[in-house]
Ligand binder design. Structure first.
Ligand SMILES: Nc1ncnc2c1ncn2[C@@H]1O[C@H](COP(=O)(O)OP(=O)(O)OP(=O)(O)O)[C@@H](O)[C@H]1O
Ligand SMILES: [Mg+2]
Length: 373
């Protein structure tokens, strides 16, 4: 077998892999401390300050909220926070907490200083969320015993702990929850240079011989995302192994990657199908998110959190009050020419808000693009 596609053929490239070996390698490649964590300078600097201060005060660190598209390092940072604080780490996720009682059970078993990582925090149930408010602020929960009129609330003191919440959609978090985090870090897509550093480190750990030009080639196709960079590197390694190549150069890297549906701009299958649908079915838009999602057979949330951020950053997709539109760059990327009538109808101020600003602040984006579903 020379073809090592993920078993989940249809999952977006950036989704966590379903292949256990892939997951094991991914875990092995995770940087263990802040110094090894590449890029995200601003978040890293602020976070290291937060951690240092709490170490000096001998207290558990402030609660930390990490937001950003998949595969940029939220889980990795949560693990690093625990490691840097020399504290045990407990991992759970919003969807795993169906009832407030589930959360109470976790909270009441925390030890002092423990780091609780709550992934996909925007998907927690409302009652659990309210319990979390009190736990975060006062290190206390009310355990409800009994039902109906006879129910009583028994207050329970919790040891001080650090909550690390992660979300791909900070804009969805209720204000009261967001406000209870002492520090919020928004992860940005990585530059090609940063991805090259990620790749160099991974290649070293994997004992691969790769020349500089191939790092650049792989980084350029990695969609600004370390998870994808590492995954592509493994695919290149497989390819080289099968072809009996010892030192990997840019030509073999590129030949290997041509098989994996990532194009030169780093767009994967989902990205391209979003653009293709937008252009061929809706003549470039504007079209509402949910209509677009149906056209590509995905959940609106997947289109919005997985594909869109990168397409916006690459200047190929615009989010306007009337819906999503494909820019001239998108038409060009698909080898098409934007018809003059479509060009004439494009909003002039599409990029009056720079794509980087959009990525940096979800609230700027929220106020600019109205929800359409
Ligand atoms: N800054 C970084 N430096 C080096 N490697 C990184 C960095 N960020 C992420 N990685 C690598 O990318 C992989 C994916 O990162 P991680 O699992 O932390 O992403 P995530 O943001 O939690 O994604 P998701 O939203 O899908 O949960 C990790 O296994 C790690 O090896
Ligand atoms: Mg994660």
């Amino acid at each position: 077998m020379t073809d090592h596609h993920d078993p989940h053929e249809d999952a977006p490239l950036v989704a966590p892999s379903a292949d256990p070996e892939d997951r094991a390698v991914e875990a092995a490649l995770r940087p263990k401390n802040l110094d090894d964590f590449v890029g995200q300078k601003r978040v890293r600097r602020q976070l290291s300050l937060v951690l240092e201060a709490s170490r000096l005060r001998g207290r558990s660190a402030d609660h930390v909220l990490l937001s950003g598209p998949p595969g940029l390092g939220k889980t990795t940072l949560a693990m690093i926070i625990a490691a840097e604080m020399n504290a045990p780490l407990r991992i759970t996720s919003g969807p795993a907490i169906q009832h407030a009682g589930d959360l109470a059970a976790i909270l009441s078993s925390l030890t002092e200083g423990e780091v609780l990582f709550l992934d996909e925090i925007h998907r927690m149930s409302r009652p659990a969320e309210e319990m979390l408010y009190m736990a975060m602020e006062d290190f206390r929960v009310d355990i409800i015993v009994g039902k109906g009129p006879g129910a009583t609330a028994i207050p329970l003191e919790l040891p001080p702990f650090t909550l690390v919440g992660a979300t791909t959609r900070a804009g969805l978090l209720p204000g009261p929850l967001r406000d209870r985090f002492g520090f919020t870090g928004h992860l940005e897509f990585y530059s090609t240079e940063e991805l090259e550093l990620v790749l160099r480190r991974s290649a070293m750990l994997m004992d691969m011989k790769v020349n500089s030009a191939s790092f650049a080639e792989i980084a350029g196709r990695s969609r600004g995302t370390p998870r994808i960079a590492n995954r592509l590197l493994r695919r290149v390694r497989d390819w080289a192994l099968v072809h009996g190549i010892d030192l990997i150069d840019a030509r073999s890297a590129s030949a290997a990657l041509d098989m994996y549906e990532v194009d030169a701009r780093g767009l994967d299958r989902l990205d391209r199908s979003v653009l293709t649908a937008l252009i061929t079915k809706f003549n470039g838009g504007p079209v509402g998110l949910s209509t677009l999602a149906i056209a590509v057979g995905e959940e609106p949330e997947t289109v919005e959190t997985v594909a869109e951020p990168y397409l916006v950053r690459e200047g190929m997709l615009g989010r306007t009050p009337r819906g999503r539109i494909a820019t001239a760059a998108a038409w060009k990327h698909l080898g098409l020419v934007m018809p003059a009538t479509v060009a004439a109808a494009m909003p002039e101020d599409l990029f009056s808000v720079a794509p980087d600003d959009l990525m940096g602040s979800e609230s700027a984006l929220d106020s600019w693009a109205q929800p359409d579903s």
